[in-house]
Design a protein around this ligand. Structure first.
Ligand SMILES: Nc1nc2c(c(=O)[nH]1)N[C@H]1C(S)=C(S)[C@@H](COP(=O)(O)OP(=O)(O)OC[C@H]3O[C@@H](n4cnc5c(=O)[nH]c(N)nc54)[C@H](O)[C@@H]3O)O[C@H]1N2
Ligand SMILES: Nc1nc2c(c(=O)[nH]1)N[C@H]1C(S)=C(S)[C@@H](COP(=O)(O)OP(=O)(O)OC[C@H]3O[C@@H](n4cnc5c(=O)[nH]c(N)nc54)[C@H](O)[C@@H]3O)O[C@H]1N2
Ligand code: SF4
Ligand SMILES: [Mo]
Length: 752
């Protein structure tokens, strides 16, 4: 399919959709146009694309945001980015600490009262119930310095590995996929690969709505070159699939079989790179038995397109066509995926199977040839993944469960040998189960809204609400979680503080402070620091500002595959982001990892073109992952698939986007996307109430009758604080990554 000008505008409209919302009421922008505006470099605080922005301030107010022409986004921003200033100025901003009184009502308090209470509760709990009775739950939207500080405060201070964050709900399966396939986390390619790719495989990624500026770049690439093909692998029709030459639709969860079938076709049709396979690949163990190329080929025998078509409902010819497009010799193939693969009870497997396609075709490590996991949040990569903000991790690729890794961090942090806790921490779901079951007594929640965003949320809301638990929430607005908290702390927002964000392409960039926080709101870094000092850990936290912590953070990454020693604070102020590895100050950064002559961590005398240095033999692993069903599939009682996700105008739990005039009415109500055939069977018309029930909960949503989902599958977005889809979703998780299966559960529907 060639993309006509009209089609191009149509498909990229999502990226510049202000027009679709009518005349924007950018009164702040009009103010900016009056002149006298000061512009400061920064980063959009929404998605993991990490667009560079300039922030316009006048008279102490942020009045406008525009795209940074010198950054990867070439001056483009999507509408959420443009409308950022409004998230600071709603009158409901939290400006004073609050403590829940004996009657159960939140009451204004002083910082001193709030901090005193927090420290006495946390220290008291450690003393009485042990260190693992306290926990920290952070965010991929917190700055690297904030995640670093919480990590040090909880692991080295309180001495627990109960340090988690919402990237567990988001990126854990991608981490698991990268680590098992390549030996180290994080993508190896970069956004420039988009400009070189001939084939895009967009799997479980609604790029047009969730990563609009990257989608726009894909669309531009396609418009510039008629031969560029886009394959979309998604059970739903989405604005992304409008760009597709080939859209594979299938029963949710069955794409494991589909990827194996593509590999089957690639091998049958000789679209593989035998030399690359021989030199660079090992085959993962199955039941402790080493595998070989031959056993892999035999394993794939079960995945002929005809057989898989029966499992998936996806036509066999389409599977063959997808494999032929992906594997075509001499053409560059880039895969991108997001929550459709990660939020699955077999999310790590889904990631492995996507990596396999690149590995057996050798379509990896050259311009346009790369597997590329899209990251959701602006700093899930930089802060939580790289910085070690998940319970099983320590900073920069070390593992909390490995004594030699703890010893390295103990040395870097000047701690006694054996100081860091060896007991494993709890993953996000188990952490909130711990609150519900009583093993966790105190939790500090920062920059995330689990009272809305956790699956099967009622159970976890009960745990937070319980009189036996002590819940602290730092946020910028009242939320579905602050309503459950014992102490609410008013946080400074994006632009009212500074810090480093690391986006999907390993680019670290500095987001600068440009305005003061309202009322008594304080930056998360300062709040954590004050808690640490009051709790008696001042000596190990010798910082005044986030900038003070940066050199220690660089040191933690030194001599690791993350190697960003060269990304100094001065450089971050000046440059428009730098992509690690960047081991020395003069180093320009590394567009492609693992590649000889490009990645400084591959020795010049390495005999092959790539070295997967996360493994001692420098080889990647192809895993034999069978088709496995989701945790719950429809049955007689619950006959529909429910899948959940995003729309372009809203961000997660809506706390910020619903403060923007232009966004608050756009898709703000979560409606049930229901196929016309299903609507007819239920005798439901557009706008009617439909009760959606699962084994866990039930809620009435109004119907949006549309054929975006195939009959038998319904969709809800996650954004509406009044109508929460997570009352219904399932909290089963992947046994490896512990990431919950937000994407698939079984429901029944009744006209309400
Ligand atoms: N506008 C907006 N943008 C965002 C966000 C936001 O809240 N709003 N959040 C950011 C964050 S944190 C994240 S994680 C990303 C998420 O970005 P995406 O993952 O792109 O968005 P989702 O809508 O969650 O899900 C993507 C697709 O997965 C599909 N899917 C469901 N089941 C399956 C399956 O079994 N297999 C496959 N292959 N696909 C399936 C769904 O139909 C859906 O279209 O977006 C980021 N960007
Ligand atoms: N059903 C369903 N549920 C899902 C998903 C799904 O696809 N389907 N996706 C999951 C995924 S991928 C993700 S990432 C999560 C996201 O879930 P959450 O992280 O819970 O959602 P957000 O709305 O981003 O929450 C961020 C909170 O931080 C506050 N905040 C903003 N700036 C600051 C700040 O500087 N400091 C502090 N302290 N607070 C601040 C905001 O007001 C907001 O309340 O949701 C998960 N839940
Ligand atoms: S694409 Fe993502 S990072 Fe870029 S402006 Fe939009 S929300 Fe912000
Ligand atoms: Mo996410």
């Amino acid at each position: 399919m060639s993309v006509s000008r009209r089609n191009f505008l149509f498909t990229t409209a999502a990226a510049s959709a202000l027009a679709a919302l009518g005349k924007p009421t950018l009164t702040l922008a009009e103010e900016a146009a009056k002149g006298g505006t000061k512009w400061t470099k920064g980063v959009c605080r929404y998605c993991g694309t990490g667009c560079g922005v300039y922030k316009g301030t006048r008279d102490g107010k942020l009045v406008m945001v525009k795209g940074d022409k010198h950054n990867h986004n070439a001056g483009f921003l999507c509408l959420k980015g443009f409308l950022l200033p409004q998230i600071l100025y709603d009158e409901s901003r939290l400006t004073k600490p609050q403590i829940r009184n004996k009657k159960g009502v939140l009451e204004d308090a002083s910082w001193d009262e709030a901090l005193k209470l927090i420290v006495s509760k946390f220290k008291g709990s450690v003393k009485e119930h042990g260190a693992d009775s306290v926990a920290f739950y952070g965010s991929g939207q917190a700055y690297t310095e904030e995640t670093f500080l919480s990590n040090k405060l909880f692991r080295a201070g309180f001495r627990t590995n109960n340090v988690e964050g919402n990237p567990r709900l988001c990126m854990a399966s991608a981490v698991g996929g990268y680590v098992t396939s390549f030996g180290k986390d994080e993508p190896m390619g970069n956004y420039e690969d988009i400009d070189h790719a001939d084939v895009f495989l967009l799997a479980g990624s609604n790029t047009a709505e969730a990563h609009p500026i990257l989608f726009q770049r894909i669309a531009r690439r396609k418009q510039a070159n008629d031969k560029v093909k886009v394959i979309v692998v998604d059970p739903r029709r989405t604005p992304t699939s409008r760009l597709a030459d080939l859209h594979l639709q299938f029963k949710p969860g069955t794409d494991l079989a589909l990827f194996n079938s593509m590999a089957h076709v690639l091998i049958k049709e000789g679209l593989i790179d035998t030399k690359f396979i021989k030199e660079n690949l090992n085959f993962g163990k199955v039941k402790k038995v080493d595998q070989t190329w031959e056993s892999y080929v035999a394993f794939l025998e079960d995945y002929s397109p005809e057989k898989v078509s029966k499992i998936t409902d996806c036509p066999a010819e389409q599977i063959v066509e997808a494999a032929r497009l992906f594997g075509a010799k001499g053409r560059a193939s880039m895969s991108m995926w997001c929550m459709g693969l990660n939020q699955r009870s077999r999310g790590v497997w889904a990631n492995n199977l996507c990596h396999n396609l690149h590995l057996i075709t050798g379509k990896i490590g050259t311009p346009g040839n790369t597997p590329f996991s899209l990251t959701g949040q602006p700093n899930a990569c930089g802060g939580v993944r790289d910085g070690g903000g998940l319970s099983h991790l320590l900073p920069y690729g070390r593992l909390a469960g490995k004594a030699p890794h703890r010893a390295i961090i103990e040395k870097l942090w000047d701690l006694e040998p054996g100081h860091l806790p060896s007991a494993p921490g709890k993953n996000a779901i188990d952490m909130f189960r711990g609150l519900d079951e009583g093993s966790i007594k105190c939790i500090y929640i920062m920059c995330t809204n689990p009272g809305q965003s956790l699956p099967n949320v009622t159970r976890y809301r009960n745990g937070m609400k319980s009189k036996d638990t002590f819940v602290v929430v730092a946020d910028i607005y009242p939320t579905r979680t602050t309503e459950l908290a014992d102490v609410v702390l008013p946080a400074a927002a994006w632009s009212e503080k500074e810090g480093v964000f690391g986006c999907s392409e390993r680019r670290y960039q500095l987001d600068e402070k440009v305005v003061e926080a309202p009322g008594e709101a304080r930056a998360d870094f300062q709040i954590l620091l004050e808690i640490g000092k009051r709790a008696g850990f001042g000596a190990m936290l010798p910082y005044k500002t986030p900038a003070d912590a940066w050199d220690e953070i660089r040191k933690l990454g030194k001599d690791t595959p993350y190697a960003f020693w060269g990304i100094t604070r001065e450089r971050l102020h000046k440059d428009h982001g730098v992509i690690w590895p960047c081991p020395e100050e003069g180093h320009p950064g590394t567009p492609r990892r693992y590649v000889k002559g490009v990645d400084p961590l591959v020795p010049a005398d390495w005999p092959r073109r790539m070295k997967f240095y996360g493994r001692s033999d420098g080889k990647a692993i192809v895993w034999l992952r069978p088709m496995a069903p989701p945790a719950e599939v429809p049955d007689k009682e619950y006959p529909y698939y429910l899948t959940t996700g995003r729309v372009i105008e809203q961000w997660h739990t809506g706390t910020m986007t619903q403060k923007c005039k232009e966004l608050k009415t756009a898709n703000a109500e979560t409606m049930l996307e229901l196929h016309p055939d299903d609507a007819a069977a239920l005798q439901v018309k557009a706008g009617n109430g439909v009760r959606v029930s699962s084994r866990r909960g039930s809620f009435v949503f109004r119907a949006n009758v549309t054929d975006t989902c195939p009959a038998g599958t319904v969709f809800l977005n996650m954004h509406d604080p009044e109508r929460m889809c997570n009352l219904v979703t399932i909290d089963a998780y992947d046994p490896g990554s512990k990431q919950p299966e937000f994407k698939i559960c079984a429901v029944k529907l009744e006209k309400a």
